[in-house]
Design a protein around this ligand. Structure first.
Ligand SMILES: Cc1cc2nc3c(=O)[nH]c(=O)nc-3n(C[C@H](O)[C@H](O)[C@H](O)COP(=O)(O)OP(=O)(O)OC[C@H]3O[C@@H](n4cnc5c(N)ncnc54)[C@H](O)[C@@H]3O)c2cc1C
Length: 471
């Protein structure tokens, strides 16, 4: 009997999974059975202290538990792709086809090409699909096939295209098709458990949780998305990014849920635009891979960034003395997620107020963000640092105090993540260094002892940043 293999990587769900849909069709036509395999590459978990790896490992373990309920297990093979797949091929008889949702960029793309060649050389058919993005990097291009470098025309084209409908998986059919892998995955599971740490207590995993979050947003929040999405204390955004990143949720399912709702006017359009930014940045990284460590804009490739490690640590630990920045960085360190406006603000602060290299900030976010998506993160950082494609102009420097007053007027967000300032009245909370001794006493805090005084003056730094970019 033939065996088909579903190689899961960042698509930990059954429903609306492109490769799985095709794998099941294959099983139906060829009377084949299906095995799920995961290649665990320990070198990708180096520096595994961050929340991102914890969350990812938790996702894989949860998926394994779901497979157990189907009467099978996830075959976990440890090693680089060559070593892991050699071990797998040795342990399993009769493999006739491999299905997977491929990567279009970076290390993942090279791995996919090499693995495909290796399996084809063994006489195995390989089927690869684009699944993680609504539109892959080759799908939205200008009429002369050139790549869009500016978002607005990209969006116009993106919006005019049809979206692929969600792929419906018949659960009973899947249950009938699966079979147990020949080798027990104990070693790989133990390693994943080590990486996952306390992930199971921190987050809810799985496609059920993802769909619940999506429905909650679409039914109760989407209507007000445009007006509430900029306020970090509000539950105004979808919070689906970690589900999209790990594939617990498919982007096709998201867009279908949005389009099902009656016309919601500009809120719906704004939300769809955000989904398009995700595809846009993906396309940019695929076509300009050097941006992963080089500025998109050649003008800014040799800037002499500040290398002050102490200031970097202040920023990373949420101890700059600017409450809104500190609240945001502490949110990231506690939850592995940060509100979009706060990502813009903290990235701008690091690169313009501290003039520290965007690459360091990008790498820090990459360790901590459970929704870490290289393309969106690099895109977001280069945007904020004014060195990317379609970036904010260098002379537009976010003011952490006015932004704080505007988007967290009552200091609710600040108080949640910076408890030292809990008693400080809203009128003073955005600039606590200006509090008089009496005001500090009343709020039960000594600025400089219980909460830092900022090391920098924003107005001075703003001017320095503009000169820095001009030069
Ligand atoms: C410096 C910086 C770094 C970022 N790093 C990442 C990252 O690593 N991973 C990531 O998914 N997003 C990143 N973003 C984009 C954005 O901040 C997050 O997608 C968003 O905050 C996730 O929360 P949400 O799901 O509630 O978003 P919503 O506002 O509900 O948006 C819905 C979805 O649209 C997509 N999206 C929204 N805004 C953007 C955007 N500006 N760029 C690309 N996609 C977007 C995301 O998939 C998001 O889940 C970054 C932004 C900045 C400024």
């Amino acid at each position: 009997m033939k065996t088909a293999v579903m190689w899961v990587r960042r698509d930990f769900r059954f429903q609306d999974n492109t490769a799985l849909y095709h794998a099941l069709s294959y099983c139906r036509e060829e009377r084949a059975r299906l095995i799920f395999v995961f290649q665990l590459n320990p070198s990708l978990f180096k520096n595994s202290s961050g929340l991102r790896h914890e969350h990812f490992a938790g996702t894989v373990l949860h998926f394994h538990e779901r497979l157990k309920k189907l009467g099978t297990e996830l075959a976990v093979f440890v090693g680089d792709h060559e070593k892991a797949f050699r071990k797998f091929l040795k342990s399993e008889q009769g493999i006739s086809a491999l299905f997977f949702n491929g990567d279009e960029t970076g290390f993942g793309k090279a791995r996919d090409v090499e693995t495909t060649q290796m399996l084809q050389a063994e006489g195995i058919q390989v089927f690869q699909y684009q699944d993680a993005f609504l539109h892959g990097a080759e799908e939205i291009k200008k009429s002369d096939s050139a790549v869009y470098k500016v978002f607005t025309p990209y969006y116009k084209k993106w919006r005019a295209e049809k979206f692929t409908k969600p792929y419906h998986i018949v659960f009973d059919e899947l249950k009938q098709a699966v079979k147990r892998p020949a080798e027990r995955p104990d070693k790989g599971l133990q390693q994943l458990e080590k990486y996952a740490g306390s992930a199971m207590e921190k987050w809810e995993f799985g496609e059920k949780a993802a769909r619940k979050q999506l429905l909650h947003f679409v039914q109760h929040k989407l209507n007000d998305y445009e007006s509430s999405r900029d306020y970090p204390a509000e539950d105004g955004t979808s919070r689906i990014s970690r589900f999209l990143k790990t594939g617990m949720l498919s982007p096709r399912t998201v867009i279908a849920a949005v389009l099902q709702e009656e016309d919601l006017g500009s809120s719906k359009e704004t939300f769809m635009k955000e989904l398009a930014w995700r595809d846009f940045y993906h396309s940019i990284l695929v076509h300009f891979p050097s941006i992963s460590d080089k500025e998109f804009s050649e003008n800014y490739q040799s800037l002499d960034w500040n290398k002050n490690e102490q200031q970097f640590e202040q920023w990373a630990q949420g101890k700059t003395g600017f409450p809104i920045i500190d609240a945001a960085m502490r949110q990231l360190n506690e939850e592995g997620w940060m509100h979009n406006r706060m990502r813009m603000l903290t990235a701008s602060f690091l690169t313009k107020d501290y003039l520290i290299d965007w690459r360091l900030g990008e790498a820090y976010f990459a360790r901590q963000l459970v929704d870490y998506e290289a393309s969106s993160n690099i895109g977001g950082w280069q945007w904020a640092a004014s060195v990317g494609t379609d970036a904010v102009p260098y002379f537009r420097v976010f003011n952490p105090v006015t932004q704080s007053k505007k988007f967290d007027r009552d200091g609710e967000y600040i108080k949640k993540y910076v408890p030292e300032l809990k008693q400080v009245p809203a009128a003073l909370i955005h600039e606590p260094w200006k509090m008089s001794e009496q005001e500090q006493e009343k709020a039960g805090i000594v600025i400089g002892r219980d909460y830092p005084v900022p090391e920098i003056n924003h107005a001075v730094q703003r001017k320095r940043a503009i000169d820095f970019f001009k030069a």
